[in-house]
Ligand binder design. Structure first.
Ligand code: ADP
Ligand code: ZN
Length: 218
């Protein structure tokens, strides 16, 4: 089984949805830098205050900060049995730092899963996205409605629209994706680690394909 996994893709490709299902299927530690920042903002910590302005604009949080929090998390004992990185790395310096960290703690990356999706679909998904304030589970106002309006199916928490899920911030985020994150696809392709999947196929079909890959059946 592949156990140290990076999940990549543009905002809205469905990373969060797949990540939640994969970590519970394979008992992996879910390391979502976006969730870590949002938790820090909610808790009003120094990290949260610092990250907030970047995130609300759609900009990336500076590399040294992001690398620091991931490094700390990856070194924790529970990551020994496998982890899923969701939203990290997003820049070449982050990928290089991750490689070094992986060597230092003997937890190298086994596979990089890239979920691809076209821009119009991304915009449609993100502009209708709602997220559980409590557990982070994603919903969509038209295509992934909760059973009860405004309430999370999984934990009963309230659903809200992320501040960076608006048209302006989204343009900024997609721009950063193209300029800073997309080059990582070549980086991991050259290392023989990249596997690309179509994010516009149904979420269950995609999950099926991903579980086969992780089990080594594909
Ligand atoms: P999405 O994939 O939907 O854009 P995330 O929840 O992964 O959202 O991230 C939200 C925001 O958190 C990003 O737009 C960015 O500001 C910040 N962030 C998350 N991960 C990173 C990272 N690896 N490097 C820099 N900033 C990050
Ligand atoms: Zn929830």
């Amino acid at each position: 089984m592949l156990k140290n996994i990076i999940l990549m893709g543009p905002p809205g490709a469905g990373k969060g949805t797949q990540a939640k299902k994969l970590v519970s299927e394979f008992n992996l530690v879910h390391i979502s830098t976006g969730d870590m920042f949002r938790d820090a903002i909610k808790a009003g910590t120094e990290l949260g205050l610092m990250a907030q302005s970047y995130i609300n604009r759609g900009d990336l949080v500076p590399d040294e900060v992001t690398i620091g929090i991931v490094k700390e998390r990856l070194a924790m004992e529970d990551c020994a049995s496998g982890f899923l990185l969701d939203g990290f790395p997003r820049t070449i310096p982050q990928a290089e730092a991750l490689e070094k960290i992986g060597q230092e703690i003997s937890r190298p990356i086994d596979v990089v899963i890239n979920i691809d999706c076209d821009k119009n679909e991304l915009i449609r998904r993100i502009s209708g996205r709602r997220v559980c304030k409590n557990c982070g589970a994603p919903y969509h106002v038209d295509t992934m409605k909760p059973k009860v309006d405004g309430v999370c199916d999984i934990c009963g928490g309230p659903l809200y629209q992320r501040k960076d899920d608006n048209k302006d911030a989204l343009e900024v985020r997609l721009g950063h994706y193209v300029n800073q994150t997309k080059p990582l696809l070549d980086y991991y392709q050259n290392k023989g680690l990249l596997k690309t999947f179509d994010g516009s196929i149904g979420s269950d079909v995609l999950f099926d394909d991903l579980t086969k890959l992780i089990r080594g059946q594909k």
